[in-house]
Design a protein around this ligand. Sequence first.
Ligand SMILES: C[S@@+](CC[C@H](N)C(=O)[O-])C[C@H]1O[C@@H](n2cnc3c(N)ncnc32)[C@H](O)[C@@H]1O
Length: 242
Amino acid sequence: MKHDTVTPYKTSDPKKVQVAQMFDNISHSYDFLNHFFSLGIDKLWRKKSVRLMKAVAPKQILDVATGTGDFAFEALKLNPEKVTGLDISKGMLKVGREKIAKRREESRMEFVHGDSESMPFPDNTFGAVTVGFGVRNFQDLEAGLREMHRVLAKDGMAVVLEFSKPKRFPMKQLYFAYFRFVMPLLGKLISKDKSAYNYLPESVMAFPEGQDFEDILADAGYRDTRRYPVTGGIATIYTARK
Ligand SMILES: C[S@@+](CC[C@H](N)C(=O)[O-])C[C@H]1O[C@@H](n2cnc3c(N)ncnc32)[C@H](O)[C@@H]1O
C-alpha cells in the first residue's frame, strides 16, 4: 500500500484531517505512551539528532510536527535564540504549551498551529529544521519536505527522525511482534483510541526508508543527505543541507 493512503480511521476525510483528529484524541496520553513503548529510547534518538546539528550552530530552529514539543525542548540544548514548533493538532500543542509554561521557557519557545505543507514563515528563515516521527504522518510527504527546504536558510540543516524496519535477527522478529501485537493492544487500552496504535505499525510498514528516503530528500531539493540508523534500525536519523 502506498504510504500516503494509510490513514488512521480509514474514512473519506483527507489524511491530514484524520491525523489531526487522532493526535487530538491521544494528546493527553501521548507523552506517557511514547516513553513507555520505547522504554525511553526515543529520548536518546532525539538527543543524537540534536547533537548532529551542533556543527551548524543554528540561532533559529523550527521543529515541524512538534506535537507536545519533546524535540523542540531537546533543541534548546544548542542554545539558539529561539525554537519555533509547528503542529496541525491543537490538542498536542495545548499539552506542549503547558510544558513550556511549566519549564518557564516562554522567552525562547513558541508553538504555532499550522500545516507542514504550507507554513506561515518566510523563505530562508531557519538555520535548522527538525521533524521527529512526523513525516510519516504528512498527507503529501514531498510537499512537506519542499516546504521545510523553503524555510531553511542557505546551508541550513534538516534533521528527520523516523521509524524504520530492522533487518536482522533477532531485532527484526522482536520488533514486528511488538509493533503488530503488543503495541496495538496496550495502546488501545491506555489511549482509548483503538485506531491510533493500529495506524502506527501500518504507517511504518508502508513508509519509505534508507536510500529511498534519501532519494526523496534529494528530489525535494536537499544536498548532502546522510542517514544514521539507531538501535538496530528501529529508527533512522536523516540529515540534509539546503
Ligand atoms: C508522533 S507525533 C510526534 C511529535 C514530536 N515530534 C515527537 O518527537 O514526539 C506526530 C505529530 O505530527 C503532527 N502532524 C502530522 N501531520 C502534520 C502536518 N501536515 N503538519 C503539521 N503537523 C503534522 C501530528 O499532529 C503530531 O503531533
